[in-house]
Design a protein around this ligand. Structure first.
Ligand code: ATP
Length: 346
């Protein structure tokens, strides 16, 4: 298999700060990968190394089978890589046509080619004479993408390109961008700190934590079988309870629960997603009281404090409830687990 990108043993420090530690991963040609992780974990640095804006201290980067960092050093402008930054970084005083044309060789800066590139990002030629400040944020991002596409890169790097947009525009721009890149068959890496964006945009998700890659997998794997509790908590809402695991079952405050044990046995922790816990219609199941309600429109997140027999430890769990009647704090409920949890070592 030839990968569009292979990264091996990548280290990078700024001064005494280790920003990246032994990063290794591969990206298949034509795929979309999202890199997610908390602020400051090194996502942008990793992208800048791949683009060629920075040199690694150790390790290799291979693009389309060619070493660009390591034994060889190929500078950014000679890598077939497009880069779209958070703010698009358009030239503020230049028109859209000039901005897009910047990505093209001089003789290819024709009206026909610029029209074609603008149409790829769902803008017509009437926008060509506008300046960036005469465009909406989403349109600016699409122009930035058109400029990056003009170079016909094999790999497109998107560094939080939607983060400055409001929710509606963000979803819409994301769909347009994903569609353009898929149609053009361009391998794409998206950096984001928005977990739902990573899960919806990408074929594969790489979770970074403190300069390391914690886990790489499909969105479903990352969400339903996170490698550890911090990853589980980073990628979505998580209910984590003390448990005793035997085989593929865990005894915890929510009763006897099926788990993916991954070899974990005995005293452990079990993680469930809030949509794997339901409030029973007849009050059956584990008893508790609603302590808080977060209303989210199509769904609500209920905080439920479980009753305890000994009155000493009282676990609080979060339950996701879709489109049902509202519950209010203080109400008594019964809850039960629907799905399979994941067990982790204590
Ligand atoms: P965010 O989500 O907030 O953009 P990030 O995960 O992209 O964060 P980076 O921008 O890669 O993180 O930064 C990682 C760390 O490296 C931070 O602590 C940052 O301060 C540091 N850093 C990045 N670039 C430099 C630089 N040129 N010189 C010194 N330190 C840097």
């Amino acid at each position: 298999m030839t990968y569009a990108l292979e990264v091996n043993g990548l280290d990078k420090s700024f001064g005494s700060t280790n920003v990246l530690r032994h990063i290794a991963f591969s990206v298949e040609a034509g795929s979309t990968t999202a890199i997610v992780g908390p602020s400051g974990c090194g996502k942008t640095t990793l992208l800048r190394l791949v683009a060629g804006f920075e040199r690694p201290d150790a390790g290799t980067i291979t693009l389309g089978g060619r070493v660009v960092a390591g034994a060889e050093w190929i500078p950014a402008h000679r890598r077939s890589v497009g880069y779209v930054a958070q703010d698009g970084a358009l030239f503020p005083h230049a028109t859209v046509a000039v901005n897009v044309g910047f990505g093209l060789p001089r003789r290819a800066r024709t009206r026909a080619r610029i029209t074609e590139l603008l149409e790829m990002v769902s803008l017509d030629y009437s926008y060509a004479s506008r300046r960036p400040d005469q465009l909406s944020g989403g349109q600016q991002q699409r122009v930035a993408l058109a400029r990056a596409l003009a170079r016909e890169p094999e790999l497109m790097l998107l560094d939080e390109p939607f983060s400055a947009l409001d929710a509606g525009l963000r979803a819409n721009t994301r769909r347009i961008v994903a569609d353009v890149l898929a149609k053009a068959g361009i391998t794409t890496i998206l950096v984001t700190h928005d977990q739902p964006e990573a899960l919806s945009f990408a074929d594969r998700v790489a979770v970074m934590s403190d300069g390391r890659l914690a886990q790489v997998g499909t969105p479903r794997e990352i969400y339903s079988a996170p490698i550890d509790v911090p990853t589980a908590e980073f990628i979505g809402d998580a209910v984590v309870l003390s448990a005793h695991v035997e085989g593929e079952r865990a005894r915890c405050a929510l009763g006897d629960v099926a788990v993916i044990a991954n070899g974990v046995q005995g005293e452990a922790r079990v993680m469930l997603r809030p949509e794997q816990i339901e409030v029973t219609a007849d009050g059956a199941g584990v008893a508790g009281s609603v302590v808080d309600v977060e209303y989210l429109g199509s769904e609500m997140l209920l905080g439920i404090r479980l009753d305890t027999a000994d009155g000493v430890v009282s676990e609080r769990v979060t339950v996701r409830r879709f489109g049902a009647t509202a519950l209010t704090p203080g109400e008594r409920v019964g809850i039960r687990v629907l799905g399979t949890g994941v067990a982790y070592q204590q």
